[in-house]
Design a protein around this ligand. Structure first.
Ligand code: HEC
Length: 209
């Protein structure tokens, strides 16, 4: 086959592609693309059915679980910690520091305990509920390089329970946070629906639309 014949073949293929492109553009112009009623993919930030919202249970804030935390269960969960910690008033430091009065107390401040630089780096802060929540969820993520050999408490109910129990091991326990309002999401939906309706009315009455 000489190069002239190859040119003809390439030319033919090219012409075919151009024609295909033309048809596709023309059909796009003729038929407005209709969006499917239910999107085949979920766009982050776009509210869908409330049933799907409950699938992100683990993402609920600390306050949600703390508000219904069981102190007695927390004492049982603390058995996981007891190899390294005690929470008795004036109790000795072990592998980990004594934890009496730790909720609300300053971070990395127990006398006589040699903290890692990672935890000392947080020492301007206090162990409020949110800090303790994130620490016990994943010590590694909260303070990378810390020396507490503990993976964290995966179940949010257990995490909340041990925090609530630790809070009782104190001369001045903090008030547990109230449950955050659950109705917030449906209200937002109602507003969104109202806005959509208004937009539709405007579209219907606007002659330009
Ligand atoms: C294997 C031992 C070990 C276990 C188990 C353990 N910890 Fe610790 N914990 C440590 C060590 C060591 C530190 C100091 C970390 C550092 O300095 O980086 C620490 C630090 C802490 C601190 C910071 C104290 C302060 O003075 O700022 C808290 C709070 C804490 N642990 C809570 C817990 C709880 C609650 C559990 C159980 C759910 C637990 N730990 C399980 C060893 C342990």
């Amino acid at each position: 086959m000489d190069s002239f014949e190859w040119n003809k073949i390439f030319g033919g293929v090219l012409a075919g592609l151009v024609a295909l492109l033309g048809v596709s553009i023309a059909s796009d112009m003729m038929f407005a693309r209709e969006l499917p009623e239910k999107p085949g993919y979920i766009v982050a930030g776009v509210e869908e059915a409330p049933a799907e919202a409950s699938a992100v249970e683990a993402e609920k804030p600390a306050a949600f679980f703390l508000a219904s935390a069981e102190v007695s269960k927390g004492e049982a969960v603390f058995k996981k910690c007891a190899a390294c910690h005690n929470a008795a008033p004036g109790g000795a430091n072990g592998t980990g520091p004594n934890l009496h009065g730790i909720i609300g107390g300053p971070i990395a401040a127990k006398a006589g305990f040699s903290y890692s630089d990672a935890l000392k780096g947080k020492s301007g802060e206090r162990w409020d509920f949110d800090h303790m929540w994130n620490w016990l969820k994943s010590p590694k993520a909260y303070a990378p390089g810390n020396k507490m050999s503990f993976a964290g408490i995966a179940k949010p109910e257990d995490r909340a329970a041990v925090i609530a129990w630790l809070n009782t091991q104190s001369n001045s326990p903090l008030p547990l946070p109230a449950a955050p309002a659950e109705e917030a999401a449906p209200e937002e939906n109602a507003v969104a629906t109202a806005e959509t309706e208004t937009a539709q009315q405007v579209a219907e009455t606007d002659p330009a639309a």
